[in-house]
Design a protein around this ligand. Structure first.
Ligand code: NI
Length: 394
C-alpha cells in the first residue's frame, strides 16, 4: 500500500478544488456544447504540462506518464449540465439562464482536476500511465460511446477505469460501492396505436385507440409485477399518453412514450420482447394497428469484482473503514460510464456530498441541488489514491 497521505494532499489544494467547481457551476453548458468548460480544463492541463487532446468536439483525453513502463488506469469525469433553472440562493449560482449543473458534474470535473494535480506531482513515484477522460454529453446521448469509437481506450490501451458520481443520499466523507450491477439499462420506447376516428356518440362506427392504449398501459405493468423476478428490480414507465382533441371525438390515434429499466441483460431482452408481444396481442384483440419503436439506450453498468475489492481496500485506508458503505442498492437511473464498463474492467462508486446541517439535501436534477464541497476533497483524494495504488500494485 502507498505511503502518501492522499487526503492531506487533497486538503492542500482544497481552495482550488472548490474554486474550480464554483466556476463550472456558474457557467454550465449542456451536452456537446461544453466548449468553454473544455477550454478551461485544457488550460489547466497545459499549465501543469499534462499532454492532452480534444476528442468528440468537447471531450478531452490526457496522459500523466509515470516513471517507466507499466499499466494504464483511466479516471473519468463527465462535463455537461442540464437545461434547468438554478433556484439556489448562493453566490455561485448559475449565471446562465435555463442551464444548471444539477447532477454534480461540476464537482466531478473539479475532483478529476484535483486528482490530476496530485498524481502529476507524484508521477516519479509510480510506473505506467494515468489517462484522464473528460466525457461530454453524459446526460443526453452518452459521450462515452463516441469517445470509445474515437479510440480513447487505446494508445495507450487502458487496463482499468474508475469513475464516481456524487450522491445526495450519502453524507460527505462517506462513499457507497457495490459488487455487480450499479446502474440499470435503459430502453426508451414509443407505441403508436392507430384506430378509426369518429363521433364519440357512435363508437360502433369507430375503432377506439384510447381504450386499446389504456389496456396496453395496464397490461405492460404485468411484465414487472408478474413476469420478471422480484429479486431483480425493473421498471416500465409510460410518461406520455397523447391522443384526442375533444370530449366527443374518438381520435384516429394515440401515442404512448415511455422507458424500460432493467438490471440484467436477460431481463432487458425479455422485457423488450414481451412489450412487443403484449401490445401486438392487444392490438389484435381490440382491432387497432400498432407500431412500436424501442431504442437501445445505455447498457447496464457492471463493476468488476477485482476492482471492487481493490477499491474497497484503498478507500478504507483513505476514509476509514466505517465510511466505506458496501452493498448499496443499484440505481435504476442510467450512467453512460456503462459503455466504459463494457469495454474494460471498471469501478464506479458514489461519493457522499450530502450535508444535513448545511441544508444540502436536495435531489439531483432538481433546481435546488447543491454539493457539500467538502465531499469533493475526499473525491480528489480517493481518485488519486486508487490510480496511484493500482499502478504500483500491478
Ligand atoms: Ni450525473
Amino acid at each position: 500500500m502507498f505511503n502518501i497521505d492522499f487526503l492531506e494532499e487533497a486538503k492542500l489544494i482544497r481552495d482550488e478544488i472548490i474554486n474550480n467547481r464554483r466556476y463550472f457551476h456558474e457557467y454550465p453548458e449542456v451536452g456537446f456544447e461544453e466548449f468553454n468548460t473544455s477550454k478551461k480544463i485544457v488550460e489547466f492541463l497545459n499549465s501543469l504540462g499534462i499532454e492532452n487532446k480534444v476528442v468528440c468536439g468537447t471531450g478531452i483525453v490526457a496522459l500523466i506518464k509515470g516513471n517507466g513502463d507499466g499499466p494504464v488506469i483511466a479516471l473519468r469525469s463527465d462535463l455537461d449540465a442540464l437545461p434547468l433553472e438554478d433556484r439556489k440562493n448562493v453566490e455561485y449560482a448559475s449565471k446562465i439562464k435555463g442551464k444548471m449543473h444539477a447532477c454534480g458534474h461540476d464537482g466531478h470535473m473539479s475532483i478529476l482536476m484535483g486528482a490530476a494535480k496530485i498524481l502529476n506531482k507524484h508521477k516519479d513515484e509510480f510506473k505506467g500511465t494515468v489517462k484522464l477522460i473528460f466525457e461530454p454529453a453524459e446526460e443526453t446521448v452518452g459521450g462515452a460511446k463516441f469517445m470509445i469509437e474515437e479510440g480513447v481506450l487505446q494508445n495507450p490501451k487502458v487496463d482499468a477505469i474508475v469513475g464516481l458520481h456524487v450522491s445526495e443520499l450519502l453524507d460527505s466523507g462517506t462513499i457507497g460501492l457495490k459488487y455487480g450491477v450499479v446502474n440499470a439499462a435503459s430502453n426508451p420506447f414509443k407505441i403508436i396505436v392507430k384506430g378509426r376516428g369518429g363521433h364519440g356518440a357512435h363508437p360502433e362506427d369507430c375503432v377506439d385507440p384510447i381504450v386499446a392504449a389504456c389496456n396496453m398501459v395496464t397490461s405492460l405493468q404485468t411484465i414487472v409485477s408478474r413476469e420478471i423476478s422480484p429479486h431483480n428490480p425493473s421498471v416500465i414507465t409510460i410518461g406520455q399518453f397523447l391522443g384526442g382533441t375533444a370530449p366527443n371525438i374518438i381520435p384516429e390515434e394515440v401515442v404512448l412514450e415511455g422507458v424500460i429499466r432493467t438490471i440484467t441483460k436477460e431481463d432487458r431482452k425479455y422485457a423488450i420482447n414481451r412489450l412487443k408481444e403484449i401490445c401486438e396481442g392487444i392490438a389484435l384483440a381490440m382491432r387497432v394497428k400498432v407500431e412500436i419503436e424501442i431504442v437501445d439506450g445505455y447498457p447496464c453498468l457492471y463493476n468488476n469484482d477485482k476492482m471492487v475489492s481493490f477499491g474497497e481496500e484503498v478507500f478504507k485506508k483513505v476514509l476509514g473503514k466505517d465510511n466505506v458503505i458496501m452493498d448499496i442498492c443499484p440505481s435504476m437511473g442510467v450512467e453512460s460510464f456503462a459503455y466504459f464498463s463494457e469495454a474494460v474492467p471498471s469501478l464506479f462508486y458514489f461519493l457522499g456530498t450530502r450535508n444535513i446541517l448545511k441544508g444540502i439535501v436536495h435531489p439531483a436534477h432538481g433546481s435546488l441541488f447543491d454539493l457539500d464541497e467538502e465531499g469533493l476533497i475526499f473525491g480528489a483524494a480517493l481518485q488519486s489514491a486508487i490510480a496511484f495504488n493500482y499502478l504500483n500494485s500491478n
